[in-house]
Structures are given as C-alpha cells and as structure tokens.
Design a protein around this ligand. Sequence first.
Ligand SMILES: [Zn+2]
Length: 242
Amino acid sequence: MERRILYLNHLELEALVPQKISTVLVPVGTVEAHGIIPLGTDVIIPEAIVDRIAERIEALVAPTVAYGITRGLFGYPGTLHIRAGTFKAYMRDVLESLARIGFKHLIVINGHGGQTDELKSVLFEVSRDRNVKTLLIDWWYDMDELRKRTLARESGHAAADETAAVMAIDPDLVKKDLYDDEMMVRYSKQFAAYPFPGTIITYSEGDASLNLDKNACEAFFNAVIDQVTHLITRTLTLWGRS
Ligand SMILES: [Zn+2]
C-alpha cells in the first residue's frame, strides 16, 4: 500500500490514522558538502531508510524536512544553513501538525549530527505538550561492530559509512574518479575552522578511507536497516507496555 502521506488523499488518510496506523516516520536532513557523494546525502540516506522500513513497522511516511543546521561546512558551494531557532520552530510545527492528525508515535530519522541537540529538544517538548511518544534515530551511531564487520573501516563524515550507504542506494551517486585518500581530514578538538578545511572527515586514528566495494556497501546498509528496524520495533513494543 502507499505509505507516503504526499501521495495519499485526505479521505484515505482519514481512514488510516489513527484507527489503523498510529506511527509516522519523518526523514530530516540538511544540505551540505560531502566529499565525492551528493550535497543531499543527509537527506538521501534517511529517505532510503524510511522507504525500506515503513512497511516493516506499519508506519506512514511524512514529507521530508531537507533544510537543516549546517555549521562547520558552511562556505562550501551548495551548503545551505538554517538558523537553529528557525529550524527548531519549524520542526516543532511539523511535528505538532502530525500529532494533530492523530499520530501517537512520531519517529524522526535524522541524517545530520549537527542538529541532533536541537531535534532532541523539540522532540521532548512535543512529547510533553501533545501527549505523544517521540523517537529520534541518528542512524550512524552504535554501528561500530556492524561497520567493522562489513566495511572494515572507522566512521566519519562523508567517509566510509555514509559513502557506503549512498553506494547501496545508487552507485552512480558516488564519484569514484574524484577521490583520493589525501582528501580525508582528521577532526581534532585542538582547533575549529570555519569552514572546516575538508569535507571528508575522520574522528579517529583508524582507517576511515572509503571502501567502494559494492557488495560490502550493500551488506553494511542492509545491516543498518535491520538494526534501525529492530530499535524502532523494540521501542514501540516497550512503549505499548508502559
Ligand atoms: Zn552526512
């Protein structure tokens, strides 16, 4: 069945929510430079995740919020920035509107770490004020074992993990010819630079270089989907008991 709200009419939606479906997935991202993968990487990955899990968790899919808070990479061509206050107010209105329709479980699938704090704050406020349950998923966290098993790499920004996800979604979006290992810049608390002097960023001393093997990338992303699905299913079950 069609699960994207944008493609349902209001009569179909009314027949579904909340009687048959009480969970909505909201993909949220930002537009920023990502090395050799698209400016929309933080949007493309959450959209692919919700597309693959909506049926498994019996949810509808809300329209994507593609504009977000980009700070460190502001200044690179194509990178867009929404001020934190604007983003929070906008997200709050989006989520409150979904609660008003009748959704009881609002799940944000976020693609961008630079707005996690703001999303947590909004999700708490909406849960408190609208008597709904809210869940934020930053898909790339807690993937160490899974990432090492499938990609044999460390995590990073526009590095092995995000690039593998994009590769699994559409290999044509990964511009291999533009890549060399020198593009990788190590993040350090010793300095802050605006913009940061590179868009492929590693946070550890380990190897975060791109693994461009398509099978490995697909194994990684499939495992990500399974883990995220499990996390959501378990949370919904536990909420149901409370
Ligand atoms: Zn990203």
